[in-house]
Every structure is written in C-alpha cells, then in structure tokens.
Design a protein around this ligand. Structure first.
Ligand SMILES: NC(=O)c1ccc[n+]([C@@H]2O[C@H](COP(=O)([O-])OP(=O)(O)OC[C@H]3O[C@@H](n4cnc5c(N)ncnc54)[C@H](O)[C@@H]3O)[C@@H](O)[C@H]2O)c1
Ligand SMILES: [Zn+2]
Ligand SMILES: [Zn+2]
Length: 365
C-alpha cells in the first residue's frame, strides 16, 4: 500500500510503499475513499503539535472495510465507514458518561502512535511507522480499532463522509454541545476554515439570530456568507473585537475560536457579552497560554471552555449529521475545495498553509 509519511516536522511528506499487517483482534482494515486535509495535520508538519514520528498523517477519512480481525462484530467487509480520530472503549466512566472523546484509549493511541496492543501495523522494511491519531488517512489502506469506525450509508459521497470525521463533527459540535447555542443567540466565529465554516452551519441549525464570521481571507468570508453568516469581519485590518461587539450590540452570546492562536483566543473572550460563553476549538502548541483578565472573568460571569472533537458522541452524532445533510439542512458539499491525488499531498498542504480554497480532499481512485 502507499502512504504519505511524516519523518520530521519542516520536511515534506514522503510518499512511500509500506507493508500493512493484517487486522488483529478487534481491528478492521479499511481502503480509503477520501481524506480531508485538516489544519491539525499541518500543525504536526510545521512542528506546532508533537506526534510520535515517523507516522502516516491524516485523520479525517472515510473508506470501505476490506477485512476484519477476530472478534469484530459491528462492521463487515464491504461496509462504508467514517474513521474516528478519537476512538473510545465504550466501557470507561467517560464513555458511560457521554464524553467518549475523553476515553483514555484515545489518549494512549495519540501518545504512542500505536494501536491498542502497543504495536503498529505499518512497516517500511524493518522500520516501524506510526499511526497518526489511530487513523492515518493519507494511505491507500489502513488498519484501526473496530471502535474507531462508524458505518455510514454506501451512497454518501466519499469527500462528504470524510469531512464528517473531523471538520463537521468538530465545528457543529462546538456550537451545539460545547457552546449550547440557543435560538435567538448571537454567535461569533473566528476562523472560517473547515472547522469554522462547519460551526457557522451549526449556529444556523441551533437557530442563532446572528452569526458573525471573522477571517483574514475574503474567499473564506464569502463562503461563510453562503453558509449562513449574517455578517462578516475581515480581521486583516481594524479592531476585530470592537467590530464584533458593535455588530452584536454589546458582545456575542457565544464566541467560537477556530484558529488556534493566543491572540484570537483572547479576541473571542473580549467579544463575548457578560454571561456569555467562549469555546476554544483551535489547537495551539502545548506550551501556549493566553491571558485572561481575571477580574473581568468573574465580574462578567463569563464561561471559557475547550472543545475536543465537538464534545460529541460520534456514534449518535454522525447519523444525525447525515440526516441533516440528506434533508438539505447541512451543506457539506459547500465546504469542499480542491481535490488532490495522494501523490499531490504536499501541494494540498501548501494550499492549506496559504489559506487558499476551501477544505481540500485527497480522493483515492
Ligand atoms: N478541537 C478539535 O477537536 C479540533 C478538530 C479539528 C481541528 N482543530 C483545530 O481547529 C483549527 C482550525 O482548523 P481548520 O482545519 O478549520 O483550519 P483552516 O486552516 O482550514 O482554517 C483556519 C482559518 O483561520 C483563519 N485565520 C488565521 N488567522 C486568523 C486570524 N488572526 N483571525 C481570523 N482568522 C484567522 C484562516 O484564514 C483560515 O480560514 C486548527 O487549529 C485545528 O488544529 C481542532
Ligand atoms: Zn482535524
Ligand atoms: Zn472509554
């Protein structure tokens, strides 16, 4: 099989032939249909986020099950599946409590770059190649835990299915689960990439009266308008916080940060009204902090929370998102940008780094 391997941050991905070991106990093998190009992969490539390397990158994918290991009962060869970058055991207190993204199983996979038995299925000669977030979607075939896939209808277009696995569940979930946006709310969203544009659609679904999108790129702001933003603010000039506060008549009920920078996190705090909620979705380097004015936090009774994987329950949320897509209430096609071949993966990352286009997708033949 072929895969795009990251050996070291700052170097382009290398497209290589790897050996893939067959699925072991409670693992499944999937042939990729499509893989989205998310900024979290770019964070690893540019050294912002640490990951065990060398690894096959990619974490937003969908494909078809080609083989299953012993003890797999929930999916069968031929099933179409969305890949989850936070798989969950279903048994622990977090899983039972409805927060599967916090399952220790996911942390173990992320930190080791290996599957649950502590080994990797990818090899290049004698060299071990790691799994990125237990998904590694920039590969023609992958092996992952049975708990890391969700079956989806076979008629769903591959790029749409892939985006459900990260951008869509993250952005929509940040609004519905983490922000708890209610009908009539005024929402501000900083960053109108794959995640932010999904958050805009989530805000529309929640019945927000006002959705203000903030970005640096005019074409992203145009997409934001198409997807339901009522106003847009170009952050490349002027006082973004003042602009959003004025548009929302004193501040947003909920501000979502979908960039991953301390400046924009602080902006999200400052553009939220007293009593409002700030949801941080963007990922920053591990040592990054952002300053919060302590007295204002208290006096203005604000809430700041993070949201990982949309604070979602993928097994129930993904079918609901598909139902909304089919009902024409979630425009997943409108999130899609250019498609690339796996061989062109480094071009897709250059475009992402430059903020070009919309959500790029690698399409497998
Ligand atoms: N919490 C999670 O579970 C989760 C999941 C997926 C992605 N993420 C993170 O979310 C962030 C967004 O991911 P994405 O794939 O949508 O990225 P993206 O590159 O597609 O979009 C980011 C957008 O932010 C805009 N931007 C950059 N600087 C800005 C500024 N100063 N002010 C306003 N806008 C600015 C860019 O123009 C771009 O449109 C990344 O940090 C990513 O790692 C988090
Ligand atoms: Zn992602
Ligand atoms: Zn668990």
């Amino acid at each position: 099989m072929k895969a795009a391997v990251c050996y070291q941050p700052g170097q382009p991905l290398r497209l290589e032939e790897l050996e893939l070991e067959p699925p072991q106990q409670r693992e499944v093998q999937v042939r990729l249909g499509a893989a989205g190009v998310c900024h979290s992969d770019l964070h690893v490539l540019d050294g912002t986020l640490p990951a065990p390397l060398p690894a096959v990158l990619g974490h937003e994918g969908a494909g078809i099950v080609t083989a299953v290991g012993e003890g797999v009962h929930t999916v069968h060869p031929g099933d179409h599946v969305v890949l989850l970058w936070r798989s969950s055991c279903g048994q622990c207190a977090y899983c039972a409590g409805g927060q599967p993204a916090l399952c220790p199983q996911a942390a173990q996979i992320r930190q080791t770059g290996r599957l649950l038995d502590g080994t990797s299925r990818f090899r290049r000669g004698t060299e071990e190649i790691r799994h990125f977030l237990g998904v590694s979607a920039f590969a023609t075939e992958v092996v992952l835990p049975e708990t890391g896939v969700v079956p989806v209808p076979a008629d769903l277009p591959w790029p749409v299915a892939a985006l459900l696995g990260c951008a869509v569940i993250t952005g929509v979930g940040a609004v519905l689960h983490a922000g708890r946006v209610r009908p009539g709310d005024r929402v501000a969203i900083i960053g109108a990439g794959g995640v932010g544009l999904s958050a805009i659609q989530g805000s529309v679904l929640a019945g927000a009266a006002q959705v203000v999108a903030v970005d640096l790129q005019p074409h992203r702001l145009a997409a934001a308008r198409r997807l339901g933003a009522t106003q847009v603010v170009n952050a490349s000039s002027g006082d973004v916080v003042a602009a959003v506060r004025e548009l929302t008549n004193g501040g947003a009920d909920c501000a979502i940060e979908a960039v991953g920078r301390p400046e924009t996190m602080r902006q999200a705090f400052d553009m939220t009204r007293p009593g409002g909620t700030v949801v941080i979705v963007g990922m920053a380097a591990p040592q990054t902090t952002f300053p919060v004015p302590a007295l204002e936090l208290v006096r203005q009774d604000k809430t700041i929370r993070g949201s990982i994987y949309g604070s979602a329950r993928p097994r129930s949320d993904i079918p609901r998102l598909i139902a909304l897509y089919r009902a024409g209430r979630l425009d997943l096609a409108a999130l899609l940008g250019q498609t690339y071949k796996l061989e062109e993966i480094n071009e897709a990352f250059s475009a992402l780094a430059a903020g070009q286009g919309l959500r790029s997708v690698v399409l497998f033949a």
